[in-house]
Write a protein that binds this ligand. Structure first.
Ligand code: AMP
Length: 282
């Protein structure tokens, strides 16, 4: 069994550990997470191994949940998370308590535009990217990583964080990692535990529809027709669709034809009380 990661909960202890890495001339990768780790998170950790030291953060960030959302019930599995990170030989786990991340008097937030304001996730979760950008900017400031790994599963988040790191000269290279899926195509997510067995059985509809729709668009079918038929197919399985759209893969702006590409299809849909998102390159 590999030695466990150092678990750090104060800025002072974090500074000391990071200074030791730096003094040895080692590069550092950061994998930000909210815990409840699954194979998707661990794929990020594995990609992080290109750096000398791997730091994973575990912090369920209240700033990115609306009052109506699942902050209180979000799955928290700290002991299992540490065991999984130990098996991946992660060096350090940064797990700040809420009052360390947001001390009394905390009064700053990062305002993001560009890919954060394109009428996708931002339309349905208007608080979300500001909350993410603020905590990620803090994590970057706290850990000063050379690289940071984010999943393509949260594609708009990946583009938003990449933009923010560049715009604020945070000197960290943001790297996107392809989505890890179950055998039937469902994208792994900490929220999949909310699905009932019946919902779990239809959940891969998102993947299947993305796959079929990307293939049809690539084969030259008109985007509008493919997307509206895909929307109907998803709703026919019992989902309430928030969006199912073809966008420019970098800017996330609207597109009319494949010539406006590279394209990415993005979907968000609710199944019972669970909201699922997914996306795929054309
Ligand atoms: P979360 O704990 O949900 O905030 O996710 C932490 C990181 O893991 C984010 O960068 C996510 O995009 C990434 N992630 C979550 N699920 C997956 C997945 N199925 N495949 C790849 N990355 C993922």
């Amino acid at each position: 069994m590999p030695r466990g990661p150092i678990i750090v909960r104060t800025i002072k202890a974090l500074d000391r550990a990071m200074a030791n890495f730096r003094a040895a001339g080692e590069t550092v990768a950061l994998v930000p997470t909210m815990g409840a780790l699954h194979a998707g998170h661990l794929a990020l950790v594995r990609r992080a191994r290109r750096a000398d030291r791997v730091v994973a953060s575990i912090f369920v960030n209240p700033a990115q949940f609306a009052p109506t959302e699942d902050f209180a019930s979000y799955p928290r599995t700290f002991e299992a998370d540490i065991a999984a990170l130990r098996a991946e030989r992660v060096d350090l786990v940064w797990a700040p308590p809420r009052e360390v991340m947001y001390p009394e008097g905390f009064a700053t937030s990062v305002a993001v535009k560009g890919p954060a304001t394109v009428d996708l996730e931002d339309r349905f979760r208007p608080h979300f990217f500001g909350g993410v950008a603020t905590v990620v900017a803090k994590l970057f400031g706290q850990c000063r990583p050379d690289i940071a790994l984010f999943g393509e599963k949260d594609y708009q988040q990946l583009k938003t964080v990449t933009r923010m790191a560049a715009d604020l000269d945070l000197k960290v290279k943001v790297i996107g990692v392809p989505t890890v899926r179950e055998k039937d195509g469902l994208a792994l997510s900490s929220r999949n535990v909310y699905l009932s067995p019946a919902e779990r059985a239809v959940a891969p509809t998102l993947y299947r529809t993305l796959k079929e729709s990307t293939a049809r668009i690539a084969a030259g079918e008109p985007i509008v027709r493919v997307m509206s038929e895909g929307w109907i197919a998803i709703e026919a399985k019992g989902f309430a669709v928030d969006y199912f759209e073809a966008r420019h893969a970098e800017s996330l702006r609207r597109v009319e034809t494949v010539d406006d590409g590279p394209l990415r299809l993005l979907v968000a849909a609710r199944l019972g009380k669970t909201r699922l998102i997914d996306n795929m390159a054309v």
